[in-house]
Design a protein. Structure first.
Length: 443
């Protein structure tokens, strides 16, 4: 519609006729007057239909929520006593002259925006995603992904597209989805990790945004079998602390961008934009476990990883004692980290890697990587992996790679914690999990 005026632009055409197109959000009959709340991608506006406009009045009386309409009307200032300062267009309304129905909606399963069970929400996503709550969530998610791209582009990184179909060099075969690939078996990529490292040899600093797949049989509020991974990798680093510093810098940029572009969405959700410290608190895993024992009495000394309750406690500790929603935990055991993770020279049973915890959950895993060809071969063999299956990837190291590292961050989990949501599936447009691919796999 070439002559369409977006609702957000109506304030600029008060006293003039305009064409508004969108969805019927609410229809209210007040005797002879019919009021319509119309929404488009930019906002909402109240329209009023008077009985003297007979055709428009008859059309308005038939309208129902979610019908799609085009309205020609005059944009007027509201009477002073009818002004609502809390609304986007609370000082104006559209006097309807003509209504054209572009599409009708069937009877709705429930009111848009009403509280429903998570499965009901997921079963009706083409409808429920229209609710203001989910518009806010996914606008925040979109700006987060855009900020990631903008920041790393400005830092001199080059974006690349990592393949989603890979061969036998899957990082963990037990957790990969097998795919029939002509006469062979391929796998859905669990991360772009191996390709990120190859690309360090091409551009030195790279990033990728794309879906990854984990065939893990879990059904929790924090796990997905398909999610969007925000990945970086860059060369000529000193160690893992350079990677942590780069992520810290990105998070400071993200905070600024969210405050500029998404303040209204956070306010609507009742969520708080995190204040990112200039230097995020960091502690080694052994120190974190010792602190947990000291403060809580829970003895987890020697644990190979953090349990969910440990992540929650450490985040509470960081918030209370350092006013930070974030905390880095470093130096996880070599036995629990992938084959390409660099070992700490001071104690090779631990790695130069880290997790970033945010509001009670791990949102990032990162590390310095092994860049020496022979050391990488030895690490593969130590993990019981066949170097021959990684021959394609190993070429990057055979022909020389600088010291490098990077991280991967789950976009949906980050969105969940930013928005204060109970379930990561609410932060996922179309979740895939153990029980669902759009619809439930068994009912």
């Amino acid at each position: 519609m070439n002559n369409r005026t977006l609702i957000v632009e109506l304030k600029a055409v008060v006293g003039k006729e305009a064409t508004v197109a969108g969805f019927v959000d609410v229809r209210r009959d007040h005797g002879k007057l019919v009021f319509l709340d119309i929404r488009d991608r930019s906002g909402k506006v109240q329209c009023v239909v008077t009985p003297d406009k007979k055709e428009a009045h008859a059309a308005a009386s038939a309208l129902r929520p979610e019908w799609v309409v085009s309205i020609i009307g005059k944009v007027n200032k509201r009477p002073e006593k009818m002004v609502n300062k809390d609304e986007q267009n609370g000082a104006i309304e559209v006097e309807v002259l003509c209504i054209q129905v572009l599409a009708k909606a069937k009877e709705l399963p429930f009111d848009l925006g009403s509280e429903v069970h998570i499965d009901t929400h997921l079963d009706n996503l083409p409808f429920t995603l229209r609710a203001p709550k989910y518009q806010a969530i996914f606008k925040i998610q979109a700006h987060t992904a855009r900020a990631f791209r903008d920041f790393f582009t400005n830092e001199g990184f080059t974006e690349f597209e990592a393949p989603k179909l890979i061969g036998d060099d899957a990082e963990g075969g037990a957790n990969s989805f097998d795919v029939s690939y002509f006469k062979h078996t391929a796998h859905l990529a669990q991360s772009p990790q191996l390709y990120k490292q190859i690309m360090v040899g091409v551009f030195e600093c790279v990033f990728a945004v794309g879906n990854v797949y984990r065939a893990e049989k879990h059904s929790t509020t924090r796990h997905l079998n398909e999610y969007t991974s925000l990945d970086i990798e860059f060369g000529f680093i000193k160690d893992h602390t350079d990677v942590m510093a780069m992520e810290n810098k990105f998070l400071l940029y993200l905070e600024k961008e969210l405050r500029v572009h998404c303040a209204n969405e956070f306010a609507f959700l009742g969520a708080e934009i995190p204040k990112v410290p200039q230097d995020i608190l960091a502690m080694k895993l052994t120190d974190a476990l010792a602190l947990i024992k000291k403060e809580t009495g829970a003895d987890k000394t020697g644990a190979m990883d953090l349990e969910p309750e440990d992540e929650r406690w450490l985040c509470e500790y960081a918030k209370k004692n350092h006013d930070s929603d974030f905390i880095f935990v470093t130096h996880f055991p070599t036995a629990k980290r992938p084959f390409y993770t660099y070992r700490d020279e001071a104690n090779p049973t631990y790695t130069k890697g880290f997790d970033l915890l945010f509001r009670g959950v791990e949102i990032t895993t990162g590390a310095q990587r092994i860049h020496n060809y022979d050391a990488l071969i030895a690490s593969l063999q130590e993990k019981g992996l066949d170097p021959e299956k990684f021959a394609f990837y190993l070429q990057a190291f055979k022909y020389g790679l600088p010291p490098h590292g990077g991280f991967g961050m789950g976009l949906e989990r980050l969105t969940q914690k930013l928005c204060g949501l109970a379930n990561v599936k609410e932060a996922t447009l179309f979740p895939r999990d153990l029980n669902r691919i759009d619809t439930l796999l068994s009912k």
